[in-house]
Design a protein around this ligand. Structure first.
Ligand code: 26W
Length: 848
């Protein structure tokens, strides 16, 4: 059942040619009432908040649909180059407020509702987060959708419509429990259009027969057909009437082949079969770093790629005559290796369906595809067993085999006799298909997501590939949409900025730099501080209501929110808090700046150590929050079920941003940018985009500590690190490490044994002990600076003022110009000036 179809009531909507932003408050109010009545068959007074939300969202969707139609008909005439962003994850969060802002009707809507006694915020809170992603990679894809539409590029997302998104996290007794994320409670999603007429079939299993009479043909037989049905989510650009599409595929059973019930077959087995097929898109795998060789995951990856490419090619062939135009008219981007099967799938379509020869097909494939790498962690690199691939995707495996043979031959010609090099670059080696190697070989562009990350790829992780094809490698530092993360999430700050420098910063975020001179204006800094206080009060209210903990809004709100992972070092943060607590216990009158330590994040369900880290944080929180002797000087909170909506609440309310990964391990980070943009000061290592943040904000406006990436990589390469030496030489550190297992916490003494052993027995892989002293020192510096309101507020301001470069509009313009060679004008220099680039990315700066 799809409740949101047939709800279009044009008679109640403003005139066809009226732009949404011209709708008056009265017209909006009337359209809303009409939508309520048409949709629910009862008067406004009898509807629940949920029903009101549904009607409001449907009304907004109607407005967007007009622009969708005009955008599509315009494009059908002009044929601009289209980019398709293939991603196994899109972490959208909520869309109502974003859509209202992008249509330019947020205020109109709020006023219209208030005339009816309804608060817009209450309805916004009714929307479920679309949690179709794990973390950084998925949220990045969602930010890019927003930027593509804002810039006006013909850019679309292709993903999966998971029935259940990332699990809902419940904390019970300090432990994480996972519940299914039933985000499609109403069975359909208010923003989507189901398009059954655009379904395609994806084939699994079976066998391939090679027919060689005349032209060689590959006949795929006895396969299982799964139907991919697209659900299109419109993506509205910011006040530009452009609407792009996020196409999410859902697996359905092929009814034409399995209507056995009707013919008197066993109904139960048919129903079972249906469930089996449809389970393909049931769940999002909850791992954000650890590759799991599950057949279902490989099936999901191929399903995404095959459905997307078939539909892309269908639309290409409708509009273009010659296949040779393919790379000039479409670009297909592979977001990490999860969609890397795009390489053999496009080859299959071009060879088997379009009749091209190998060389022509390969040339077109490579020129059409590009690939972004998002991680250097070895455990995240995907390698699928040959047997599994061959069994599940026999024709695709044949093609991969052929790609591998040709690629290795080419390498042999270039590096004759260098077997080790060739083995390290082969697409198939040790009975496994190396997806990153496949993606590199089959793309014309490979990029990292922050300068240091790209340097590590070039010099270390992918050095052999870089030596072979240096021209393929490039860097595009990540970005975030300032429309969601500043304009929408922090309206008071956005208003202050607009009052101060005018409204153009929304279109040209680098204009935020015009705020810098206000660093000398104490009146302005007071206002900035008041806005932060307002946001802190809002968060404090939420914490009191949900956790019954009272936090001091004058304390430093110090936030560490992201996936829980050993390399992100939540435990280092815990160790600093333990040390601070020990100091307070030794001297309850110690004059420290009060702090509220805020944690949030999910652990992969199978990641034992990360789950224990959650228990550790909660155990520490219990101990500290209930210890009257420290007079509420510090509080620790673990906020349950961290998601996009929680981030929108926490980030504008934070003073300090914890970005403390082991240098070299975090590819970029994007939370760091969101905090910066909201005037939180970073305490961090020189890792990922923290380096660009330091360059942009200035070294005086960030607290840097710890080993450099080069030092870390040298330890990994050459050894020479001894955790015990550090443990034995720092008594304060020793106390903290001992407290993990010596009964300091009122839990089983083995509860945190894993953490203890990771630090000492396993020689502290992520260098927590090594970085402890410099981290504590940086925390002290931060607290001292916070005591001086104006120096602190100036730091906050400099972060805001130089955050414009981190807008995903800048990032996306770089992709569009340098990688996809889009033919539409992309005013890149108007979005960020050359001097901004020079400041953030000084030429010839080597970070490792
Ligand atoms: C196969 C399991 C798996 C699943 C997801 C492996 C790896 C991933 C992602 C690539 C992990 C991820 O989200 N990486 C993050 O990407 C962000 C966007 O570029 C970066 O900002 C983060 O630093 C990076 O960890």
């Amino acid at each position: 059942m799809h409740t949101n179809s047939n709800l279009y009531c044009p008679e109640n909507l403003p005139a066809q040619n009226m732009k949404p932003e011209n709708i008056t408050v009265t017209e909006f109010k009337e359209a809303f009432i009409a939508k309520i009545e048409a949709m629910h068959g009862k008067p406004l007074s009898q509807t629940s908040d949920r029903e009101k939300f549904q009607a409001l969202a449907a009304l907004v969707r109607d407005l967007i649909s007009k622009n969708l139609i005009t955008t599509n008909s315009q494009r059908a005439k002009e044929h601009p180059k289209q980019v398709y962003y293939l991603s196994i994850e899109f972490l959208l969060g909520r869309l109502l407020e974003t859509n209202l802002v992008n249509l330019g009707i947020r205020d109109t809507c709020a006023k219209a509702l208030s005339l009816l006694g309804i608060e817009l915020g209450t309805l916004i809170d009714q929307e479920e987060d679309a949690g179709l992603g794990n973390g950084g990679l998925g949220r990045l894809a969602a930010c890019y959708l927003d930027s593509m539409a804002a810039i006006g590029l013909a850019g679309h997302g292709c993903g999966l419509r998971y029935r259940y998104g990332l699990f809902e996290q419940r904390i019970i007794g300090g432990y994480q429990h996972e519940l299914p994320d039933n985000w499609l409670k109403d069975r359909s999603y208010v923003w989507e259009y189901r398009r059954p007429d655009e379904k395609v079939a994806v084939r699994f299993g079976g066998a391939v027969r090679v027919q060689t009479n005349g032209k060689t043909r590959f006949i795929h037989e006895n396969y299982e057909r799964v139907i991919a049905v697209p659900y299109d989510v419109p993506v509205a650009g910011y006040k530009n009437e452009i609407v792009n599409t996020l196409r999410l595929w859902s697996a359905e059973v092929d009814v034409s082949h399995h209507n056995c019930c009707i013919h008197g077959n066993d109904c139960n087995s048919v129903i079972g079969y249906k469930h089996g097929v449809e389970s393909l898109t049931d769940i999002l795998y909850p791992n954000d770093t650890h590759y799991e060789g599950k057949v279902l995951r490989l099936k999901q990856q191929y399903f995404l790629v095959s459905a997307s490419l078939q539909s892309i090619m269908k639309s290409f062939r409708l509009h273009h005559h010659s296949l040779s135009e393919l790379p000039d008219t479409i670009a297909v981007h592979i977001n990490d290796t999860h969609p890397a099967l795009a390489v053999p799938e496009l080859m299959r379509i071009l060879i088997d369906d379009c009749g091209l020869g190998w060389d022509d097909a390969w040339d077109l494939t490579v020129r059409t595809l590009s690939y972004t790498n998002h991680t250097v962690l070895p455990e995240a690199l995907e390698k699928w067993p040959v047997g599994m691939m061959e069994h599940l995707l026999p024709r695709i495996y044949m093609i991969i085999n052929e790609i591998n043979e040709r690629y290795c031959r080419q390498l042999w010609d270039k590096f004759p006799g260098d077997w080790d090099r060739i083995r390290s670059m082969a697409i198939i080696a040790d009975n496994q298909v190396h997806m990153a190697h496949l993606a590199i070989a089959g793309s014309h562009s490979v990029n990292g997501v922050a300068e240091i990350h790209t340097q590590i790829l070039k010099k270390s992780v992918m050095n052999n590939f870089y030596t072979h094809t240096p021209g393929k490698f490039t860097n595009v530092t990540n970005g975030i949409t300032h429309r969601r993360w500043l304009l929408t999430a922090n309206p008071m700050l956005a208003d202050l900025i607009t009052e101060t420098i005018g409204p153009d910063w929304v279109e040209y975020p680098c204009n935020l730099a015009q705020l810098a001179p206000y660093a000398k204006d104490t009146g302005f800094l007071d206002t900035l501080a008041n806005i932060k206080m307002h946001n802190k009060l809002k968060l404090a209210k939420y914490i009191k209501a949900k956790y019954n903990v009272v936090v001091d809004v004058k304390s430093i709100f110090d936030s560490h929110i992201k996936r829980i992972h050993a390399y992100k070092r939540q435990t280092l943060n815990v160790m600093h808090i333990m040390d601070l607590y020990n100091r307070l216990r030794e001297n309850p009158n110690l004059d420290i700046v009060p702090r509220t330590f805020i944690f949030g994040g999910k652990a992969a369900p199978g990641y034992y150590r990360a789950k224990k880290t959650i228990k550790l944080i909660n155990t520490l929180a219990d101990k500290i929050n209930n210890d009257k002797s420290i007079k509420d000087k510090i509080k620790v909170l673990f906020l349950e079920n961290y998601n996009v909506s929680h981030a929108e609440l926490i980030i504008p309310a934070s003073d300090a941003s914890e970005q403390i990964s082991t240098a070299s391990r975090e590819a970029s980070g994007t939370g760091n940018m969101k905090f910066m943009m909201n005037g939180a000061v970073t305490i961090g290592t020189l890792d990922g985009a923290n380096i660009e943040i330091r360059n942009a904000a200035g070294a005086d406006n960030i607290f840097v500590f710890g080993l450099s990436a080069e030092e870390v990589l040298n330890y990994y390469r050459y050894g020479g690190y001894n955790a015990w030496d550090i443990y034995n030489s720092d008594p304060r550190l020793k106390t903290v490490v001992d407290q993990l297992v010596n009964g300091f916490f009122p839990v089983d003494p083995d509860e945190f044994r894993t953490h203890h052993e990771a630090l000492l027995r396993h020689n502290d892989e992520y260098f927590l002990l090594k970085d402890f002293a410099s981290y504590v020192a940086a925390q002290c510096r931060l607290a001292e600076v916070y005591r001086d309101k104006y120096i602190w507020q100036k730091m906050c301001l400099m972060n805001i003022a130089h955050s414009g470069w981190f807008s995903s509009d800048r990032t996306f313009s770089e992709y569009a110009v340098d990688i996809w060679e889009m033919d539409q004008p992309v005013p890149i220099w108007r979005r960020c000036q050359p001097e901004d680039y020079e400041r953030v990315m000084p030429e010839h700066d080597a970070y490792i």
